[in-house]
Write a protein that binds this ligand. Structure first.
Ligand code: ATR
Length: 281
């Protein structure tokens, strides 16, 4: 990675690191946010392999970078690298947002869960208070959203995963934050859920996570944290088995970006405008 600090003088400089990262839509989102404030922003995608984050972060700091987004597979490494973490990153043991204090201390946050909750609550008007939520998956993506979901005061959050012991471990780890339980991937449910969130990586390979349709009722909102230009298999399945709505994760992507933008620049962008632009491609 070659960066010269002079190059970025005059514009705020941020970036997203991951591997691979070429698919990321974050540069487009952050540029649209910056335009709302007449801000000169340079936002780059930089491929960084596992184990190489520390050196990349140091180089970026020297180049005048003020904020870094982190995507797979670096979220856990980013959390470990930071000198201090905001509560959401500390609970998730993973970070998607890094920045430095005036003293040069590296701080980590995780805005994924905030992004998910804002998209559900604000953009889709899904009230999560007192609701029953099923979360599919027990990897880093799931861990990143559990604390914020529990903070919305649901009646119950159930974690279900193909590998059961990972769901059990995650529900034990987050028990201090609220009513969380686990279920086997093939469980049959006596009551359907109000919201079912797919946090597995199944959509990446165009697969469906195993889920009994007893989880879905006429009131159920299916939410896939993944997004694609065509409907994801999980969203299509939700529709087929009679869910009230199926939403993909594009709104979550825009909302987590807005939360990072606010942290770095102290400005809250209008996400509706940007989400509409992103839907157009
Ligand atoms: P991430 O950071 O994206 O969460 P991860 O930690 O590798 O990535 O976790 C991937 C999650 O998706 C896991 O919960 C995984 O289930 P296992 O723990 O059983 O591996 C889940 N997953 C991936 N592909 C899946 C599929 N086809 N069906 C169901 N679950 C799947």
């Amino acid at each position: 990675m070659t960066i010269t600090s002079d190059f970025f003088l005059g514009a705020r400089y941020c970036c997203i690191l991951g591997y691979p990262v070429s698919h990321s839509r974050s540069p487009q989102i952050h540029r649209l946010f910056a335009e709302q404030f007449g801000m000169a922003l340079r936002y780059e995608k930089i491929p960084v392999a596992l184990g190489a984050l520390s050196q990349a972060v140091d180089t970026l700091r020297a180049a005048g970078c003020c904020g870094i987004n982190i995507t797979v597979p670096l979220k856990e490494e980013a959390y470990r690298l930071a000198a201090a973490s905001a509560p959401q990153a500390a609970a998730a043991h993973a970070a998607n947002t890094l920045w430095w204090t005036m003293e040069g201390e590296l701080i980590a946050d995780n805005t994924d869960g905030t992004g998910l909750c804002r998209d559900l609550i604000e953009n889709h008007q899904v009230d999560l208070r007192g609701r029953r939520i099923l979360l599919l998956g027990a990897g880093g993506a799931a861990a990143g959203v559990i604390k914020p979901l529990l903070e919305t005061a649901p009646e119950q959050l159930v974690v279900s995963n193909r590998t059961l012991n990972r769901a059990q471990a995650l529900s034990s780890r987050f028990a201090e934050y609220g009513p969380i339980e686990w279920a086997a991937a093939d469980a049959r449910f006596e009551r359907s859920f109000d919201v079912v969130v797919n946090a597995t990586s199944s959509s990446i390979t165009d697969e469906l996570p195993v889920l009994d349709k007893s989880a879905i009722g006429a009131q159920t909102v299916c939410y896939d944290m993944f997004y694609a230009s065509t409907q994801t298999p999980f969203c299509a399945w939700g529709q087929d088995v009679g869910a009230a709505h199926s939403f993909d994760g594009l709104g979550m992507l825009v909302e987590q970006a807005a939360a990072a933008f606010s942290i770095w620049h102290g400005l809250r962008p209008d996400t509706a405008q940007v989400l509409a632009a992103m839907r157009l491609g």
